[in-house]
Design a protein around this ligand. Sequence first.
Ligand SMILES: Cc1cc2nc3c(=O)[nH]c(=O)nc-3n(C[C@H](O)[C@H](O)[C@H](O)COP(=O)(O)OP(=O)(O)OC[C@H]3O[C@@H](n4cnc5c(N)ncnc54)[C@H](O)[C@@H]3O)c2cc1C
Length: 463
Amino acid sequence: MAFVTPTPTTLRVSSFSPSPLCSRRSFVGTALSTPTTSFPASVLMNLRVAVVGGGPAGACAAETLAKAGIETVLFERKMDNCKPCGGAIPLCMVDEFDLPPEIIDRKVRKMKMISPSNVEVDVGKTLKPNEYIGMTRREVLDAFLRDRAVDLGATSVNALVTKLEKPTTPDGKYTLRYTDYADAVGGKSPSKTQQFDLVIGADGANSRVAKDIDAGDYNYAIAFQERIKIPDEKMKYYEDLAEMYVGDDVSPDFYAWVFPKYDHVGVGTGTVINRPAIKKYQKAIRDRAAVRLEGGKIIRIEAHPIPEHPRPRRVEGRVALVGDAAGYVTKCSGEGIYFAAKSGRMCAEAIVEASKNGEVVPTEDDLKKMYLKVWDQKYWATYKVLDILQSLFYRSDPAREAFVEMCGDDYVQRVTFDSYLYKKVTTVSPVDDIKLLFRTASSLLRENLREIADIKKPMGTLR
Ligand SMILES: Cc1cc2nc3c(=O)[nH]c(=O)nc-3n(C[C@H](O)[C@H](O)[C@H](O)COP(=O)(O)OP(=O)(O)OC[C@H]3O[C@@H](n4cnc5c(N)ncnc54)[C@H](O)[C@@H]3O)c2cc1C
């Protein structure tokens, strides 16, 4: 999730407008099935799109395609998947993606930033009464988004996609091979195929689709989380409060967190530069938060890769990658849910437009121009700024002390929350920006000088 994310540009949140066309119900059931009902020729020749992966990216892509009447098949290997995740979403996602109130387990209005030397800074005082960070359980959020896509006409298939085969002619179809879990007999799931004009790879960080189109690799962080059920009186403290810890002990290049969930807390950390030590960092965050977690019981342990940057290729032929499969998690904050949903939707909107609502097959060029280029223009600066912030503030304990100190500043808090909650910067004061720049530079300098002075002191001298 994002905390200090002052972005240099104004990010406009585009609103989705449903297609005026009525929804043509998709006709896909089992592999290679042929419709037996007779449809008008234009409907039979409809564009067929496969969406691989039913997380936020895939579900939102499928929703948009289905709404436009495009024949959409959504493949998900585990319908009750509980993606390892902090589950924090920005406020704008609630409106933009029409999320009902029951999707939000908790509304976080207070944050504690905790420095390596355990200095605590309260963040959130600039929030308006109706503003909050939404805490969700992924099994609930993902199921809701997927069901909505199906209600709108997408066909969901409970299957593991095992291979994507490219067409042998320029206008040929893609063949998707999958193990159909829904059709298992005696514990054995049959292998099947279906053919598609276009494929959206929304299958997360270990994307099968990305491998099969040779999209190239990205560096990744490993994130670890324990869900801990703590006594009710301890849970009261976390009712609308989340904690973020920084320090070499909890992560050499990221932050550790305690996020409130429905009836427990998620406690986790992540790292890119020392992945084998992730359990050591997890123990350190548990130790740092020990008093607040006292009496707690670990109810679930989970870990997953987090992409560090986009893949070298995100569109190849008529295949497009979205969400984690494309590598759309922001550095510094590790935020990916909103960007997954948004990229799924934007990619699908590009397909709807380029295909004239399913009448023609979009080309690789269409996908590059109407999805990739638009995405990069909209979000490139956000990713870049967070990348810079991470390398500036997470590189050493003195820098982290300066970072936490800076978070106490009202202006930083306002800009941070505006950028995170709304994915835009509403009011930016150049004077305050310059003051902030000086304060940042002087905090960093002071902490670094302090560190140098400490190194020069004889052993045993206390600061
Ligand atoms: C520990 C941790 C904490 C995080 N905390 C936050 C946070 O608080 N806030 C935030 O915004 N982001 C957070 N993130 C990042 C966020 O979880 C991801 O960015 C987000 O889930 C990406 O969504 P997605 O739809 O692209 O991919 P995923 O959510 O990974 O969904 C991919 C889906 O594809 C399915 N699938 C995969 N392969 C196949 C296949 N071959 N066939 C069929 N189905 C397949 C999977 O079952 C899954 O349902 C966190 C990540 C981690 C690891």
